[in-house]
Design a protein. Structure first.
Length: 212
């Protein structure tokens, strides 16, 4: 029997883990975390319960992998690593566009969070520790590098970074998940642009004339 290349084995292993995580997010959003068994996840992913444990030691371990894969943290890392040579304006606009796209692709994760976090504080603490805090630190450090230490003394760049993340997430929730967009429609491409411009320049814009 021909040997399978290590790269092929790794790709197969990762594809199976991905199938389980994507299936889990969908089922948890539909049924709830506690009500969805390992067996149900495995069956919906086309695997046996025993096969599930070849990839994850528990349902909790699967949840941790979901947080690692599908939250905004990868997008934040990408902004810091890949956009370092671009202007602050371009970097923020790119980040907001990519973050909005990411949330749209993984809306089940937001539905899961809305359903589960109020009654699972331990999961909220994990999300804060492993996702929001690292993401907040990355953006704050990026802003300090671009704006300088003097600006960091004037305002809290930690709060500024959290505000950027919060604007993206909360506006996506209200617009796309809670359905406010049906009553106050806004062109899809205008939303990320507006978020980035308000973060960078405020509502009035740089040098804009304000009338009373």
């Amino acid at each position: 029997m021909a040997k399978v290349a290590a790269s092929e084995r790794d790709a197969f292993y990762e594809s199976r883990r991905t199938a389980l995580t994507e299936t889990a997010v969908r089922l948890w959003a539909e049924r709830g975390f506690d009500a969805t068994s390992v067996a149900a996840i495995a069956e919906a992913a086309g695997m046996s319960k025993g096969t599930f444990y070849l990839y994850f030691r528990s349902k909790q371990a699967l949840l941790e992998d979901v947080l690692r894969r599908y939250t905004l943290l990868p997008s934040i890392r990408s902004m810091v690593e890949d956009l370092a040579d671009r202007s602050l304006d371009e970097a923020v606009h790119t980040f907001v566009r990519e973050a909005w796209r990411h949330l749209a692709e993984h809306r089940h994760l937001l539905l899961l969070a809305l359903r589960e976090l109020p009654t699972h504080l331990e999961h909220l603490h994990e999300a804060l520790e492993h996702v929001f805090v690292p993401g907040n630190r990355l953006i704050a450090a990026y802003l300090e590098e671009r704006l300088g230490a003097e600006r960091a003394e004037e305002i809290s760049l930690v709060i500024a970074g959290r505000g950027l993340i919060g604007m993206v997430v909360l506006l996506f929730l209200s617009q796309e998940i809670l359905g406010i967009g049906r009553f106050l429609p806004v062109a899809e491409e205008k939303i990320p642009t507006t978020i980035a411009e308000v973060f960078l320049h405020g509502v009035t814009g740089t040098g804009a004339k304000v009338t009373r």
